[in-house]
Design a protein around this ligand. Structure first.
Ligand SMILES: [Zn+2]
Length: 191
């Protein structure tokens, strides 16, 4: 994997820790050390990046204890490539089995809502400041709103550094939990 790919890992992606991070274990209790050793090579969730650019991994150990661990992103790989997911879905489809993305997630123990990517919210529109300084907002497709209200134009920027902000609503599929297991699609509704 090249560095470009490594930097492309985004929050909520499933990733694999390729090796034991140097120095990580020195200050940790034995249970934590064991738990971390057990996840090497297995898919875990990349929660987010901290201020130093370290990746926060979240995983549940065999005792059901949730762990958070910070590592340098250069020892992480994507857990599943787009191609791997595509191949799996094609095979399942040909075999007459459920083959949606949500089915792939379920089969691989990934508890992330497909519709919101685990965020628990969905973007429903934008808010901005018009050329008279009035704050405005509108619900609709973001690309269209940016175009019709010329939000790329500096005079419409929300602040000096921010063009616009998004309007969010709780994700209806997972009731805002971000979890596939809470998703209304868990009983495999055909769309
Ligand atoms: Zn959701």
């Amino acid at each position: 994997m090249d560095r470009h790919e490594s930097r492309g890992l985004r929050p909520n992606d499933m990733v694999v820790l390729r090796e034991m991070p140097a120095g990580l274990l020195d200050d940790l209790p034995a249970e934590d050390q064991r738990a971390i050793a057990e996840i090497i090579g297995k898919p875990v969730r990349l929660n987010n990046y901290d201020g130093d650019g370290r990746a926060e991994l979240e995983f549940t150990d065999r005792d059901g204890i949730i762990h958070f661990v910070f590592v340098k992103p250069d020892i992480l790989s994507p857990a599943y490539t787009i191609q791997a997911i595509k191949d799996w879905r094609e095979n399942e489809y040909k075999a007459g089995r459920p083959s949606e993305l949500a089915d792939f997630y379920r089969a691989h123990g990934i508890d992330i809502c497909v519709d919101c990517g685990g965020q628990g919210t969905r973007v429903i529109g934008v808010r901005w400041r018009d050329d008279e300084g009035m704050e405005r907002s509108e619900v609709g497709p973001v690309a269209t709103l940016v175009q019709i209200h010329t939000l790329d134009d500096r005079k419409c920027w929300l602040t000096d550094v921010r063009k616009w902000d998004y309007l969010y609503a709780p994700c209806l599929s997972c009731q805002g939990s971000g979890k596939l297991s809470a998703s209304s699609k868990s009983d495999h509704v055909v769309e």
